[in-house]
Design a binder for this molecule. Structure first.
Ligand SMILES: [Zn+2]
Length: 305
């Protein structure tokens, strides 16, 4: 039951989402940054409500964080409503420990009247109102209903790409470009421009939403994490799906995660505008991306190993 749009993956990081790093060096440099970006995006959920960007959010915080945040929320006339308790799994999926896992509280946060309206909408499975209260662009809420609720898909990547301007290399391959603000393909790695699922790679509502969130991040001393978010989402990236497993190939790592089962391999290649110095080079997209590295460092060549 899709009661909480789009919060299936990034909150609990299911143990079957795997990250394989392109090199030890790439991991050394980028793993701490990914942690910082994920932490910042969780804070941005409620900070964007505090800033008046949207009426409500669904935030996941630990009990210790709740102690720290509750006075701040109260001072901004924000209240919270507990909807679920979730296990916060290991982010790289390498060790699904069964004991001692940190617990997160999933909360609706907003002003009292808005939280009440959101709770009623959740109870009624009213996705239009849920999307409205979460500040999601209406076109994306409609897309979510069509693809996720009615289409019963767990991965919106292909329908999103199919609705976007791009080149069809063949029936099952789409090549496109997009602003970083609508690049949602890093979401299984915890890096995303918006908490919603964009309807297209050029959705205007998503671009505005992402820019507003970036502004909130900068106003709250999260500028460095936002710079990394923008850089990561500017790299070329490939999503490829076959037999229920999606493989997301980035310059610095590959991510594997469940997707809708197909007997044919579907591929979306999103060209980038920058390439990390630590990124691998080799055969196939994105390693063959035409984009030059951001610095003078020579990228590792994965084909010569
Ligand atoms: Zn949209």
């Amino acid at each position: 039951m899709p009661m909480y749009p789009d919060h299936r993956y990034e909150l609990t990081m299911p143990t079957f989402t795997r990250i394989a790093w392109a090199s030890d060096h790439a991991r050394e440099v980028w793993e701490p940054r990914l942690h910082a970006v994920r932490a910042a995006s969780l804070d941005l959920e409620w900070m964007s409500v505090e800033a008046g960007i949207r009426p409500c959010c669904i935030a996941t915080v630990t009990p210790a964080e709740m102690l720290r945040l509750a006075p701040r929320w109260l001072s901004h006339d924000l209240t919270s409503h507990l909807v679920d308790v979730v296990n916060l799994g290991p982010e790289d999926g390498s060790d699904a420990a069964t004991t001692g896992r940190p617990v997160g509280m999933r909360l609706i946060v907003g002003r009292l009247a808005d939280v009440k309206r959101m709770v009623r909408a959740v109870e009624a499975c009213d996705n239009d109102t849920i999307g409205l209260m979460l500040g999601y662009p209406p076109c994306c809420t409609e897309f979510f209903r069509t693809v996720w609720v009615e289409g019963d898909m767990i991965d919106t990547t292909w329908p999103m790409a199919a609705a976007s301007p791009g080149e069809r290399a063949d029936e099952a391959t789409i090549q496109l470009e997009s602003a970083w603000e609508a690049n949602i393909l890093w979401r299984w790695g915890g890096v995303r421009p918006v908490p919603s699922l964009p309807c297209r790679f050029d959705c205007p509502g998503t671009l505005s939403f992402a820019r507003a969130l970036a502004g909130v991040a900068r106003d709250n001393d999260l500028g460095e994490a936002m710079d990394w978010t923008r850089e990561i989402l500017s790299w070329p990236i490939k999503w490829s799906a076959l037999h229920g497993i999606a493989e997301i190939t980035t310059p610095i790592c590959k991510i594997s995660t469940p997707t809708d089962a197909t007997g044919v391999r579907y591929t979306v290649e999103r060209e980038g505008t920058t390439y990390p110095d630590e990124g691998a080079r080799g055969l196939g997209f994105p390693y063959t991306s035409r984009v030059a590295p951001t610095g003078a460092g020579r990228p590792a060549d994965v084909t010569s190993a």
